[in-house]
Design a protein around this ligand. Structure first.
Ligand code: GH3
Ligand code: MG
Ligand code: MG
Ligand code: MG
Length: 343
């Protein structure tokens, strides 16, 4: 709140605490027009006060509802609706509970004051109104009102910040999920990393134990891959690797897992698949790879073949033991001429 010359205009006794730099809106309601004018004059001329006068309480209520003033000063005895009924109506408005209300009346009796207080009226002034007292009371009320407004604004800002924070946390979570997903995939081929593949292997072994369903593993190695690199360059070798992985994905089910175990060696995990079916799948994969041609720069077609070893999980074997069994089968496939499946 900035202390300003403006608000000092309001104060006759130079109270050091200024209310605020903003313009406060005050509503005066009295069935006698001269009384409204007297009250307005008693408030004093001030550029930070905007005063609206009403002789009809219903019009005043409508105005309060739409303009949300900072203070209402009302008469008590009025023909259509008295000041207490008016206060009750204001308190019932959506934002009416926070508007300070002062009642100024000649009926300065304890019973009336009690009734006024119970209707939610904050301050009481006897008529004829003493200007100095009126201004002091108005000053205090506006001070409270300003504190209330500022608290509400701070609360609104806090809520907006909370909303932003929640959004940021949500976005961060999405990003983290994406990063985690990326960390589980091999960049070149899109196959699972070795580490992720072994994690899933553990999970599939646990599931196999629960459901008593078969689980098979294929160990796949590209044939003479070194010579592809040597003849066509490392870039073409990379192309062959991603091509291989794409063919694999088209041959495997979405529930199967393909992992790049290192270099040009891959493993496929086939849940709910026995050794006979795994062999059929491996054979289909081998033929698909051999049939697919990769066109390299010079317009030459590159033929890639794979050798595959198949193994089924038995008993309580660890992934390493099962992979080793598949590896032995793969070794046999290599030794017996490559481009073949051995189980
Ligand atoms: P084999 O039929 O016995 O498997 O012979 P091979 O030449 O495929 O086997 P070897 O293990 O001797 O060679 C594998 C080659 O794969 C050697 C390595 O340079 C290459 N390689 C490994 N990773 C990558 C890669 O990411 N990109 C490319 N272009 N080549 C790779
Ligand atoms: Mg009256
Ligand atoms: Mg190889
Ligand atoms: Mg190899």
């Amino acid at each position: 709140m900035s202390a300003g010359r403006k608000s000092e205009d309001l104060m006759e006794h130079g109270q050091s605490q200024a209310v605020s730099g903003r313009v406060f809106s005050i509503v005066i309601v009295d069935d006698a027009r001269p009384s409204t004018l007297l009250l307005k004059a008693a408030l004093g001329e001030s550029p930070n006060l905007s005063v609206a006068l009403f002789t009809d309480p219903l019009e005043a209520i409508a105005w309060v509802e739409t303009h949300r003033p900072d203070l209402v000063i009302t008469d008590y005895v009025m023909p259509d609706m008295d000041g207490i009924a008016l206060a009750r109506r204001i308190r019932a408005l959506p934002h009416g509970s926070a508007v300070p209300i002062i009642m100024a009346t000649a009926r300065n009796e304890a019973a009336v004051r009690t009734l006024a207080l119970s209707a939610g009226i904050n301050e009481f002034l006897g008529k004829p109104v003493d200007g100095t007292e009126l201004r002091a009371r108005v000053q205090n009320m506006l001070h409270l009102r300003e504190q209330h407004v500022q608290l509400q604004e701070a609360n609104n800002r806090l809520q907006a910040l909370n909303k932003m924070l929640a959004l940021e946390i949500e976005q961060r979570k999405i990003l983290e999920d994406e990063l985690r997903r990326l960390a589980t995939l091999d960049m070149l081929t899109g196959a699972l990393t070795r580490r992720r593949f072994l994690e899933l292997f553990d999970q599939e072994l646990a599931r196999r134990a629960r459901t008593a369903t078969p689980l098979c593993v294929l160990m796949i190695d590209l044939d003479h891959f070194k010579s592809i690199n040597d003849r066509f360059g490392h870039g073409t070798g990379d192309l062959a690797l991603s091509h291989f992985s794409a063919v694999c994905k088209s041959c495997l089910r979405s529930t199967d897992h393909l992992g790049r175990m290192g270099g040009e060696e891959f493993a496929a995990l086939l849940p709910e698949t026995n050794i006979e079916d795994a062999h059929v799948i491996a054979e289909r994969l081998r033929r698909s790879i051999a049939a697919a041609k990769i066109t390299v720069d010079e317009g030459q077609d590159l033929a890639v073949t794979v050798s595959i070893g198949v193994a089924e999980c038995y008993g309580y074997q660890q992934p390493e033991a099962i992979l080793a069994a598949a590896d032995r089968a793969l070794y046999q496939a290599k030794n017996s001429g490559r481009n073949r499946v051995v189980r």
